[in-house]
Design a protein around this ligand. Structure first.
Ligand SMILES: *[C@@H]1O[C@H](CO)[C@@H](O)[C@H](O)[C@H]1NC(C)=O
Length: 487
């Protein structure tokens, strides 16, 4: 064996490499710091070097008095909090804010226009609740009816006594599906076979009524109930298309036709470094700490929260971090009324305006839900401790949240979606709004983007009605809850 002498390498002298590495480390940590400190959604060149920052297009209109909403809407983009978003609001049966802006995707080149469609996660639940209320109004069923009256197979596994109100109010004992029943996106397309799977799921708590947010499952069960009770045997998606979206001339889709797929703006992930920081850095260092229930659901796989929020499906490859799987066309094609509604802020706000107006569409005069049904649907259910969200969650019989802490001291009915979308209404003042966006955040009930829009909207209501502007607390959601009772 001959040993060849290694050629002399031009290795940098230690005295040079040291400072070079130090400089590199300083640059890297400065970049990370600036990335974490900036709004999460500007392009990196803009976050780190203030170079190539986009000019965000905004279109739409605001009524007199509501100019402040436009300022805040623009501010969200300028602060790097948005990529593409839309906010629509109504007062007394009239639209007062119609704003759409930013970009369709992170190439930051195609504007996000009113043509864009958005998957809105759990804001879909509010629309499913509205559709169910229209069916109650037409006499298809009562909230107090047992699900098994219409769907005998549902009685399996201690679910025989579960009512439609239980299902709407997230206390039907189908908070989660056992792992072997969690569907793939493809399974959801075969509704007959999927209904058998759903019926077989035993009651999660042995038949005992317990609060447990049916994060993904509620809509699948509602859909089967609708298929069995609608005189025309339509799915919920078909029903909404013909009975709500058609008459109101709005975009709302469950089971999106392929011809419309190109209009869906892809969801933009929360940046991974922000996510790691959110999960592991001390809360006091954070501008928007992640809710404890979400951190637990992500990290503790034995919890009810994990089973409900993460493991009930649709299943997807492990390396596809949320919300990536929801950018897949097969998800858009399936009907998942709890998380798969594809719509826009115009549609959500219009539906909320119908509810704020007592079930009667303020534009066409169509009565979608009669007064008797509205009163029943808005009757609060007993408040239960929710084993998924780790809080006492007040729900109306119709399945919407009733909250007093989004806007301090005001009662709002509706719901919100993971990532940030919202649909809420207030009947006393006949107020309604819808908010959608493609860039997701990880808060439980809106986030500072929507909160500043809501605050400006309510200030606009004050200004337009000639009242002094009230300085409201909006987004004070850090109300402390007692520890959950032992399960
Ligand atoms: C259903 O309700 C009846 C009457 O209250 C009760 O006897 C029965 O045990 C209940 N069934 C289940 C599965 O909880």
């Amino acid at each position: 064996m001959t040993s060849a002498k290694a050629p002399a390498t031009a290795s940098s002298p230690v005295s040079f490499r040291g400072p070079f590495l130090l400089l590199l480390a300083a640059l890297a940590s400065t970049s990370v710091y600036r990335h974490l400190k900036a709004g999460p959604y500007s392009p990196p060149s803009c976050q780190i070097f203030r170079y190539d920052c986009p000019t965000y297009p905004v279109s739409g209109r605001v009524a007199k008095g509501y100019e402040g909403v436009l300022e805040e809407f623009k501010g969200n983009f300028e602060d790097g909090e948005e990529v593409g978003a839309s906010f629509f609001a109504w007062k007394d049966g009239k639209p007062v804010v119609e704003l759409t802006g930013g970009f369709f995707d992170t190439t930051y080149s195609t504007p996000y226009t009113e043509d864009a469609l958005q998957l809105v996660f759990s804001s879909s639940k509010a629309v499913a609740g509205i559709a169910v209320a229209t069916m109650v109004s037409k006499g298809a069923f009562e909230y107090s009816d047992r699900i098994a009256d219409y769907w005998p197979e549902f009685a399996a596994g201690n679910k025989g006594n579960v009512t439609i109100a239980d299902l709407m109010g997230h206390r039907a004992g189908v908070t989660f599906l056992d792992p072997e029943r969690a569907p793939t996106a493809k399974d959801i397309l075969d509704l007959d076979s999927f209904a058998e799977t759903l019926a077989q799921q035993p009651h999660n708590f042995g038949g005992e009524t317990r609060g447990g947010y049916h994060a993904v499952t509620r809509g699948w069960y509602i859909n089967e109930l609708v298929r069995r009770t609608d005189p025309k045997k339509r799915t919920l998606g078909e029903y909404i298309k013909e009975e709500l979206a058609g008459p109101l001339d709005i975009d709302y889709y469950l089971g999106l036709d392929e011809s419309l797929h190109h209009r869906v703006s892809p969801l933009v992930s929360y940046p991974p470094l922000h996510m790691v920081f959110g999960l592991f850095a001390p809360t006091k260092w954070q501008k928007e700490p992640l809710p404890a229930s979400l951190v637990d659901a992500l990290l503790k796989t034995h919890t009810v929260g994990h089973k409900a929020l993460i493991a009930s499906g649709p299943t997807h490859p492990w390396y596809e971090m949320w919300p990536k799987p929801y950018n897949r066309p097969e998800i858009w094609s399936g009907e998942s009324p709890s998380f798969g509604g594809i719509t826009n802020a115009r549609a959500l706000a219009r539906l909320a305006a119908v509810m704020a107006n007592g079930g009667k569409d303020p534009v066409t005069g169509l009565v979608l839900i009669d007064e008797k049904t509205i009163e029943k649907a808005l009757t609060p259910l007993p408040v239960l401790w929710d084993h998924v969200m780790g809080a006492h969650l007040p729900f109306a019989t119709g399945g919407w949240g009733i909250i007093k802490h989004l806007v301090h001291g005001q009662e709002w009915v509706g719901w919100a979606g993971a990532g940030g979308s919202m649909i809420w209404w207030n009947r006393e003042q006949n107020l309604a709004f819808g908010y959608v966006m493609n860039a997701v955040k990880l808060q439980a009930l809106g986030d500072k983007r929507s909160w500043r829009l809501i605050k400006a909207f309510l200030e606009g209501v004050d200004i337009a009605s000639g009242r002094p502007v009230v300085d409201r607390v909006v987004g004070d959601t850090k109300h402390v809850e007692a520890a959950p009772p032992p399960v």
